[in-house]
Write a protein that binds this ligand. Sequence first.
Ligand code: NAD
Length: 358
Amino acid sequence: MRTLLVTGAAGFIGANFVHYWRKTYPQDAIVVLDALTYAGNKANLSAIWNSDGFSFVEGSICDEALLENLMQQHGINTVVHFAAESHVDRSITGPDAFIDTNIVGTHTLLKVAKRVWIDGRTDIPHHFHHVSTDEVYGTLSADDPAFLETTAYAPNSPYAASKAASDHLVRAYHHTYGLKVSTSNCSNNYGPFHFPEKLIPLCLLNILHGKALPIYGDGKQIRDWLYVEDHSRGIDSIINHGRAGETYNIGGNNEWTNIDTVELLCQIVDSKFAEIKDLKIRFPDSPGATAVASKSLISHVSDRPGHDTRYAVDAGKIMSELSYQPLENFKSGLDKTVDWYLNNAPWWQAILDGSYRK
Ligand SMILES: NC(=O)c1ccc[n+]([C@@H]2O[C@H](COP(=O)([O-])OP(=O)(O)OC[C@H]3O[C@@H](n4cnc5c(N)ncnc54)[C@H](O)[C@@H]3O)[C@@H](O)[C@H]2O)c1
C-alpha cells in the first residue's frame, strides 16, 4: 500500500490525478498539500473531500517544517509533485512567483524527502515523481523531429525556465544522494477542472457567453494535446513500472494548430446546441442559440512575446518501455470536456464570479 503526498492537487492536473488514483487504487492513502493560489480550488476535490484515506492540507511546498512534519506524521512513501505556477502569460508579467514555487519549492521538497527517506537510514522504500512539461525543450520549426528525452533543454519563457531548473534539481538529487526519482515531461493537457484562463476552457466559456475568441497572431502555433486522464495514466505507469532516475515524455502524437483547435471546439459546441434543446435557453448569448456558427467569434489579437512556434512530444520511450497508450483522441477528449463543462456550470460560474476563493 502506498501513502501519497500529492502537491498542487487543488489545481487542474493534480485534481484529475487524485480522482484517477482513488478510482484505480482505492486502498492507498492520499495527502494533498496545496497553497490554494488563484489556480487552486477546493471544489476540484469535493467529491472525495470526506472520504476515508484522504486528507487536505493548505500550505506551501516552500514551508520546510510543514513538509517534514507531513511526511513523518503520515508515513509518506510516494511524492507526486504537481504544485507549480503554471501559466506562461503570468510568468511574463510576474516571474518571481515562478522562481519561488517552481525552483525553491521543488528544492525544498527534495531536501525534505532526502532527509526523511535517506539521511541516516537504509532501505526505506520511496518514490519521488516530478511532473514537468515539454516546454523545457523550447520550440520546434515545422520540419524538426518531435522532442525526445535526450533533446537539449532550451526553455524560452520564465515558466519553462523555472520548470527546467526544477527538472535539473530532481536529477541531481538522484545522482548525488540516491533519491529514487522519476520525471515526466508532458504535452499540453485539457479536460475537466481546467482553469478558464487557458485556451480551451477560455474559448469554450466565451462561446457559451457570445464573447470573442482571442487567438494570438495568426493562430498557426502548433501544440500537442493530451486528455488529462491519459496524463494520469502515464504517471501511473511510471510510478509502478518506470526506472528510478529516468525521464519519460508523455504525449499522444496529437499536434494541432491553435486555430484548428479552436475551430474543432467551435464545431463540437455547435453540434451540442443542435442536439441539446435547453442550451439555447441556458446560453441565449451564444451563437448556437440562433444557429450561427461559433467560429464567427474568432478574433486575432497581437502575439505574445517569445511565443513558441511548435511543441511536439515523442512519447516512444514510455510507449515501448512501459506499454503506455493514450485512450482518447482529440475529438473524443474534447467532446468529453465540453460535456463536463456543460454539466458542471456551478464549478466555472464560481470561478468567473470569484466566489470559489471563499
Ligand atoms: N497544464 C498543462 O498543460 C501542463 C502540461 C505539462 C505539465 N504541466 C505541469 O503539471 C503541473 C500541474 O499543472 P496544472 O495545469 O494543473 O497547474 P495549475 O496552475 O492548475 O495548478 C497548480 C496548483 O499548484 C498549487 N500551488 C501553487 N504554488 C504552490 C505552492 N507554493 N505550494 C503548494 N501548492 C502550490 C496551486 O494552488 C494549484 O492548485 C505543473 O507542474 C505544470 O508545470 C502542466
